[in-house]
Design a protein around this ligand. Structure first.
Ligand code: CO
Length: 210
């Protein structure tokens, strides 16, 4: 059997086990979607949002891209963000990076990787803003870990700069923004930065007509 066919077999077994444990499992999920959390994570296959947080389908609204970026011209991210904030009214948004991120690592090199260079440019900018702090560290691993953490922090502040978040903060004092880094080596999440609703942002990015 081909690998992909195994996925369908596993899916059938999973669906059956769910119904066996709870006959109304799918019926309930079919009728409501009311997640409390929006997850913005890396596409890396080793960081599955539901599995590492012990959550079920229906509990986390998910957006993933290379290196968990919040790029203000990314229509995909902005569409997910607007829907999560304005329609689902999530209470928390989590930007979750991870140590050993290939995207962050690639951004620290000068290799030409084609199209993805354009995406990684956004991480190079984060490096440039914090160059002194990163370059002062002893090892390459320390530098990579620090950039991973600073990148998460930067993406959380990028969220706060969007009109979507500013409007939500003004209108209903939510959602709260959180920056986490996940460790591939022990499976644990480390909270490293947060911006509760209403946090101060650089006045340059504030909209006055929301
Ligand atoms: Co990654």
């Amino acid at each position: 059997m081909n690998g992909y066919q195994q996925l369908i077999v596993e899916n059938k077994a999973w669906a059956e086990s769910k119904v066996l444990a709870d006959p109304f499992y799918f019926k309930r999920l079919e009728n409501i979607q009311h997640p409390e959390f929006l997850w913005i994570g890396c596409s890396d296959s080793r960081v599955p949002a539901n599995e590492i947080t012990g959550t079920q389908p229906g509990e986390i609204f998910v957006h993933r891209n290379v290196a968990n970026m919040v790029v203000h011209t990314d229509l995909n991210l902005l569409s997910v963000l607007q829907y999560a904030v304005e329609v689902l009214q999530v209470k928390h948004i989590i930007v979750c990076g991870h140590y050993g991120c290939g995207g962050v690592k690639a951004a620290m090199t000068n290799h030409n990787l084609g199209i993805i260079n354009k995406w990684l440019r956004n991480i190079k900018d984060v490096y440039r803003y914090h160059r002194d702090e990163i370059d002062g560290l002893a090892t390459e691993a320390d530098k990579l870990n620090k950039l991973t953490e600073l990148n998460v922090q930067e993406q959380v502040t990028n969220l706060a700069k969007t009109s979507i978040i500013q409007k939500a903060w003004k209108q209903h004092n939510a959602p709260h923004l959180h920056g986490w880094v996940y460790s591939l080596s022990d499976g644990l999440v480390k909270p490293i930065f947060e911006m509760p609703a209403g946090s101060h942002i650089d006045a340059l990015y504030e909209f006055d007509d929301l």
